[in-house]
Write a protein that binds this ligand. Structure first.
Ligand code: G6P
Length: 826
């Protein structure tokens, strides 16, 4: 539906050609490489670290194994060696050793005497390895010796003589009779040591080390095994790596897809909203606020982006007309609002005058209507309204220019009371503004509201010259009308614009007829609000109270076969043409005139507020701020004046009367407190001012104060900026007005914060001309570009697309129908 929105998605451009077709594959490969490359690196690093470690460990295991095998061999040989030594038979020792060498891993054996002489060695025993070296090597941590044939493991084991008790006794008696040390000497002579302790009968009973066996084990088999182990290990790590990579790829693929589709679903709202409008169980409850915020943020970004793109081309009355003639093929435009753009009043002298009402709606829609021609249907509320209409209750306006038709509809006093004062202004107005005034809902008002909506809907149908006119429904007075028109003109393009805020679902929920109101509004093709925030509130309200399908991605609501686009269209004013500006009094002239008229000193710093006398406008709050300014900065007493224009409105309602009295009382109090002869700090002008008087005031002012407690947009702030072609003057703007979103160079205040607002007044009064110019120039550029023709143009462009889509859908349905009939052979 919305081109900008489609462009905002992350799908690569179609201009990418064939590569576009492979996008998912490329994406997948890239994604998987992102996981695979680190994994491969980790596997290689692991192999580098682990292999030497494994080598060391296997070597230690085998060495320990050889040590214990050596000990077993030495033990087994021990007795025979002792015997052979006793018998002094070296040959027997050699034979003994040769037999032992049948163990394939035992490479050579040597026998050392306790004092370190090599007594016997097998042929393979290296000649240059003596007993001391062997002892040293065998006691190392790594007892390896490199020989030409490869490495050998060197171990030394004591050969211990454990004399038998009987032998001990025999030897002991022999020893007693034999001369001492004789045996020892003879032993030394044939190269074999005799039992060293034979001459010492007391030691004979304890074990005696008679020699040391040097066992050399062949280590080449360990090398071979170690190589095998290494090969297996590398294979294992590689296989493990492969398996891990495979699992990672699969998991990554699945979770990436899941994540992407999850986020897409979130953005579309599919994950949140079930087809029946309830909350989907697929998305956890905790994610819902996140998703809503995300969507809102995306939309804000989209808005910002559009703004950054610069003017789409200046929007003007001519461009709007061209749009109507081309995209909308010159189709008829019908506007419906309660307030009429021109009111004919009979004066006491009998003459008829034409008044322009104080209404943001009228200010915005009237220039659009002048550009579109067509018919505007409104309540004829002026005392001379009936006197100027034709037989069909029509009058051409603007008077003297006759650019479009005003069709007046007459309401009885009772109808006006119930529908306008009652339901619309005592019910919906406070309900939507959430400005601490309780809404009042009466059954009789609701009945009147329904009846009047029906009457206006019938008037629309009666005015329609085709089955698909473009109907522009304005504001909260006609919440039910869109569905009523849709019933009779199903192909009409109904654009409803809600000029006031839309509250959150909880606040709206207190309305007893909330469902009927929502259903009525969903008869619209397009439903517009000033801000995204109000759109979001509306969508959430529908979600809460109706069984509707919501497409967050497209911002559409489908309810009972009909689809409604809910979109933000910030309203604005007509930017004054050069001729208009040339017709205004100059700024110095306006300053002089206004100051003279109000009896002010010419050097007075003048602040103005221009509003309907309505409790939502924050008039009490701004008076409090003026009072605080004079308290905090007494230097302003006598030099600072605040003029409040308060156009009478809805005064028959008690809430309004009370409010007006409170404002009057506060004004009086401030004037009594700070006023003096020739000086009155607050001027409350509670009368209607025409557009010239308002413009003059705005040009004469040093600052304009807009402190609404809640406002859909607030066009006075934009009119002030448009009036200041001298680029001077400061705008103080409530953050609760829709305008604050666009007019960021204003001094933005929280009107409930008296101190902050008073400080803003002081800052504005002392702001250097250069800063005023910088701020004002930027504000003017914004309002010039985002003017009311753009507001209407965007809505009508969306409507044009919608109509085109509807026509294409209808044609497709016709073809399909014809095709099906052919198939059935009809
Ligand atoms: C607001 C509403 C308009 C209304 C205007 C004046 O701006 O949005 O619909 O016309 O106030 O109020 P009134 O009740 O006098 O028409």
């Amino acid at each position: 539906m919305n081109k900008d929105r489609t462009q905002g998605t992350s799908v690569p451009p179609a201009s990418a050609g064939p590569a576009f077709l492979h996008w998912p594959i490329v994406q997948t490969i890239r994604l998987q490489l992102r996981f695979l490359l680190p994994l491969i690196a980790v596997v290689i690093a692991t192999a580098y670290l682990v292999l030497p470690l494994v080598d060391g460990v296997t070597l230690r295991w085998f060495a320990r194994d050889l040590d214990s095998r050596g000990a077993v061999v030495a033990n087994a040989l021990s007795d025979s060696v002792v015997e052979a030594m006793r018998a002094k038979r070296p040959r027997q020792l050699e034979k003994l050793f040769e037999r032992a060498l049948q163990d394939e891993r035992l490479f050579a054996i040597g026998l050392c005497s306790p004092d370190g002489q090599m007594l016997v060695r097998t042929p393979a025993f290296p000649n240059d390895l003596n007993c001391f070296d062997a002892l040293q090597i065998s006691s190392r941590r790594d007892p390896r010796l490199m020989l030409n044939g490869g490495p050998v493991h060197v171990a030394m084991h004591d050969v211990v003589d454990q004399p038998h008790p009987a032998a001990v006794a025999e030897i002991a008696s022999e020893a007693a009779s034999a001369p001492p040390a004789a045996g020892a000497e003879s032993a030394a002579g044939n190269g074999l040591p005799v039992a060293a302790a034979a001459s010492e009968p007391t030691v004979q009973s304890a074990p005696v080390i008679v020699g040391r066996l040097v066992l050399l084990h062949d280590l080449s088999f360990i090398e071979k095994r170690s190589q095998d182990t290494r090969r297996y290990l590398v294979g294992l790590i590689a296989a493990l790596g492969m398996v891990m990579a495979l699992i990672t790829m699969v998991v990554a693929q699945l979770s990436w897809r899941g994540w992407v589709s999850g986020v897409r679903a979130l953005l579309r709202g599919e994950g949140l909203i079930s087809p029946m409008g309830g909350v989907s169980s697929a998305t956890s409850v905790e994610l819902q606020p996140f998703a809503a915020d995300l969507r809102e943020r995306l939309r804000d970004l989209e808005d910002e982006y559009r703004r950054m793109q610069g003017p789409e081309a200046d929007w003007s009355a001519e461009r709007l007309q061209a749009l109507l003639m081309t995209q909308l093929r010159g189709d008829q435009v019908i506007v419906v609002s309660n307030r009429e753009p021109y009111i004919h009043e009979r004066r006491r002298d009998g003459n008829i005058i034409v008044k322009r009402p104080a209404s943001g709606l009228v200010t915005a829609v009237e220039p659009v209507m002048r550009a579109c021609s067509g018919t505007w249907i409104a309540h004829g509320s002026g005392s001379a309204d009936r006197d100027v209409v034709d037989a069909n209750d029509r009058v051409a306006v603007p008077p003297g220019h006759d650019e479009y038709q005003l069709r007046r509809l007459w309401l009885t006093e009772q109808e006006e009371q119930g529908y306008y004062f009652g339901f619309a202004n005592e019910g919906l107005w406070p309900l939507c503004h959430v400005a601490h005034v309780r809404p009042v809902f009466r059954e009789s008002d609701w009945e009147a509201y329904k009846a009047v909506n029906r009457r206006f809907a019938d008037a629309v149908v009666a005015e329609a010259r085709s089955e698909d006119p473009i109907v522009l429904v304005q504001d909260y007075h006609f919440a039910l009308l869109p569905a009523m028109v849709r019933e009779k003109l199903p192909n009409a393009t109904i654009l409803t614009f809600w000029h006031i805020p839309w509250p959150n679902p909880e606040s709206f929920g207190i309305c007893p007829w909330r469902r009927e109101i929502l259903q009525g509004m969903l008869g619209s093709t397009i439903l517009g609000f000033h801000t995204r925030f109000h759109c979001k509130n509306f969508i959430e309200t529908v979600d809460r109270f109706l069984e509707a399908r919501i497409e967050h991605e497209h911002s559409t609501i489908s309810f009972q076969e009909d689809e409604t686009l809910v979109e933000a269209y910030p309203i604005s004013i007509e930017w004054p043409s050069d001729e208009t500006v040339a017709s205004w009094p100059s700024v110095p002239e306006a300053r002089r005139n206004v100051r003279e008229r109000l009896g002010l000193r010419q050097d007075t710093t003048l602040a103005v507020g221009i509003d309907r006398f309505d409790y939502t406008k924050g008039i009490l709050e701004r008076l409090n701020a003026v009072e605080r300014l004079l308290e905090k900065h007494p230097e302003w007493i006598g030099r600072f004046v605040f003029v409040q224009v308060a156009a009478p409105t809805r005064s028959s309602l008690e809430e309004y009367r009370n409010f007006q009295e409170r404002v009057e009382r506060l004004t009086l109090r401030i004037n009594e407190r700070f006023g003096r002869t020739g000086y009155q700090p607050v001027h409350l002008l509670a009368q209607h001012h025409d557009s010239h008087a308002v413009n003059e005031l705005l040009r004469a002012a040093d600052m304009c104060i807009v402190t609404s407690l809640h406002d859909g947009m607030n066009l006075v702030s934009k009119e002030f900026v448009a009036a200041r072609d001298d680029e001077q003057g400061v705008l103080i703007l409530s953050r609760f007005a829709g305008a604050a979103r666009e007019m960021t160079e204003a001094l933005i205040v929280n009107p409930y914060h008296v101190e902050e607002t008073a400080d803003a007044l002081h800052r504005a009064a002392t702001m250097p001309a250069a800063e005023q110019r910088a701020r004002m120039a930027s504000l003017r550029a914004t309002v010039r570009e985002f003017n009311v023709f753009r507001w209407a143009g965007r809505m009508l462009t969306d409507a044009g697309r919608w109509r085109l889509k509807a026509r294409v859908d209808a044609r497709v349905a016709r073809y399909r129908h014809a095709h099906e009939r052919d198939q059935r052979g009809l």
